[in-house]
Design a protein. Sequence first.
Length: 116
Amino acid sequence: QVQLVESGGGLVQPGGSLRLSCAASESIFNINAMGWYRQAPGKERELVAEVTSNDSTNYADSVKGRFTISRDNAKNTVYLQMNSLKPEDTAVYYCTAAFPRRGRYWGQGTQVTVSS
């Protein structure tokens, strides 16, 4: 069972920045994909950003140009740098990782609130 531990959420003013971290309990070198989803109250969970096995990245249209996903294989960690945050970015952010032949795992989530 893979454990994913998120950190870095919190309260930030509009226009501010946060960096989320997701540390896996084992190597992420051979993952199929690893990234972040988010879920706002009353809405479905949606993809925010992910990085795949060949280091290609995918972003939701709503965060392109503002968020950057990166990975550090040596630390088994994926990061999400979030800049120019907007109130509509407020949500619980979930880390997820898909391993070959083992399926997808989820973290417990971290709250991000953008408010003045």
